[in-house]
Design a binder for this molecule. Structure first.
Ligand code: NAD
Length: 257
């Protein structure tokens, strides 16, 4: 198994999760060119490389937590080599997401904004609450992540907003509000708003608020560590081995569909 972004925050936890795994083991570790630790020896004598072709040799599957540009480049190489791909990288634009779907016609792929079981249950709860509470309740989402996170809002917050839009039968892009400042006037009906907070070392907190007249329902999830994301990604990789080409939803892996 290839780990892309092997020395990153998530890469470290993916490697740790692989150490306990019965079937999947670290076989190669990729990092960006110019990383100061290229050549460093990791578990099982694997050395960190910046050569994707070399890293794909002998790999059956890859797990990638890196940055969108790197994920797309490495996913293209994996599609050429016939290597299945699991990625949790967030922050793609529409063209990036479309390219992932295109490449998934050639190899099995899972791309999930969040590999946590309980976050994916939260996505389901948000959709169900949106259906049952209806347009009388205004939906406001808040997310908090560590100070080094690059993309905003988080992929998970966008996934939650999408679930609410699905529940309301709305197209998210027509109703999403990401910024408020100045003379903003009354809240548009059907708005789905996301506020981003950054600071400290939080691996991620998400709250979905359904704000009604005289009452408010809040659904919240808080991560204390990153290891549950990593274990979820390794579980997804084990599930993906020997599947046909296609883009598989994380809900299917977790038995939530
Ligand atoms: P990080 O910056 O700690 O790690 C990213 C790693 O990727 C770094 O080590 C970096 O050097 C490496 N990298 C950059 N370019 C590369 C390239 N071309 N080839 C190989 N490696 C390259 O970031 P992180 O906190 O580990 O997060 C990584 C991504 O995962 C982010 O998009 C984050 O939002 C996402 N994430 C997803 C989940 C989930 O459950 N889906 C959970 C946590 C984080």
């Amino acid at each position: 198994m290839l780990v892309v972004g092997a020395l990153g925050r998530m890469g470290e936890f993916v490697r740790l999760a692989l150490e306990d795994h019965a079937e999947l083991h670290l076989g190669s570790a990729l990092e960006r060119s110019g990383h100061s630790e290229i050549g460093r020896a990791l578990e099982r004598g694997v050395r960190v490389t910046d050569d994707i072709e070399l890293a794909l040799e002998g790999a059956e599957i890859a797990i990638d937590f890196s940055v969108p540009g790197a994920t797309l480049a490495n996913l293209r190489a994996a599609a050429d080599a016939g290597v299945a791909y699991v990625t949790g990288t967030t922050g793609f634009d529409e063209a990036g997401r479309a390219e992932i779907a295109q490449l998934a016609k050639r190899i099995p792929v899972i791309h999930a904004a969040n590999f946590s079981l309980s976050v994916n249950v939260l996505v389901w709860l948000a959709r169900e609450a949106a259906i049952r509470l209806g347009p009388e309740f205004d939906v406001e989402l808040v997310e908090l992540h560590h100070a080094a996170k690059r993309d905003a809002p988080s992929g998970t917050a966008l996934r939650l907003a999408e679930a609410v839009a699905e529940g309301r039968s709305l197209a998210l892009r027509d109703h999403l509000i990401l910024e408020r400042a100045g003379d903003i006037g009354p809240r548009p009906a059907d708005a789905i708003a996301v506020q981003t907070l950054r600071g400290g070392d939080s691996p991620g907190e998400h709250t979905v608020m359904f704000v009604g007249q005289g009452e408010r329902l809040e659904l919240a999830h808080r991560s204390h560590t990153r290891d549950h994301f990593a274990r979820g990604a390794v579980k997804a990789a084990a599930w993906l081995v020997d599947r046909n080409a296609g883009l598989y939803p994380i809900e299917q892996v977790l038995g939530l569909d």
